[in-house]
Write a protein that binds this ligand. Sequence first.
Ligand code: DGL
Length: 288
Amino acid sequence: MIGVFDSGHGGLTVLRALHAGLPDKDFTYLGDHAAAPYGNRTPEEVYQLTLAGVERLFALGCPLVVLACNTASAIALRRLQQSWLPHAHPDKRVLGVLVPMVEAITGQPWMADVPAGSMAGEPRTIGIFATRGTVESEAYPREIGKRAPEVRVVQQACPDLVRLIEQDAPAGEIRAAVQTYADALMAKMDGVPPQAVMLGCTHYPLVSDAFVDALPAGVEVLCQPTLTTRSLGHYLERHPEFDLPGTGRVTFHTTGDAERVTRLATRFFGRPAQFRTLTTAGEKVAAS
Ligand code: DGL
């Protein structure tokens, strides 16, 4: 079983692609709805909450966990991998959604310690839309800069967009917000369009059309769920010890209200997803 963790139900956009792209794998999803959203939380809060979520997925029998949340991947993943996993769970692994994006943007496979400037190519400009936490972590510019210093990375936080998408706000309201963020990004670039933009938040693929329309024609919009699926497939090939046989089974857990989350989930997962509440003791309470 592969664990998939997110602050809430946004990670279902990633799980949906993982399930479609790796149909014989079993997945267990955990959304930390009780503490969501993570996007405006402090780095220490995001780290502690992510650690607790990963522990829960390990306890549910997942030796490999994917953080399907940009904020958690950008803020907590490196610290988990370097200072916690090696002594707490040396036989388990945690991956994130940041690496597949960085690999796609730089065209380079991920390597832990890349000498700065060693992979310079054509100068390019990439825009990144993300939560405030992800933007302030500087994780994307830092990791892209190490591998491809010729890439100029311009970030734009979209602090209100998760809330609007979660509330299923009218399309016009969402489009107006996206236009504001796209205009702000373009203003930082003096009106010169980037070669591509990355939607660095789990929720944004649901409104990718609004981003395409708000940006100048020809700007490529990179799709994180697809890239994450491809990257996980390659990882499992390289690490057969985590490539456990499955039957395509998916189970859904939340730290929040299972009934409410089950109602919201369909829009993100593309079909009904029956959530169960995970209590502190790891006990599951079915949605009524
Ligand atoms: N899942 C988060 C992310 O991808 C968005 C929602 C939140 O702020 O918790 O950054």
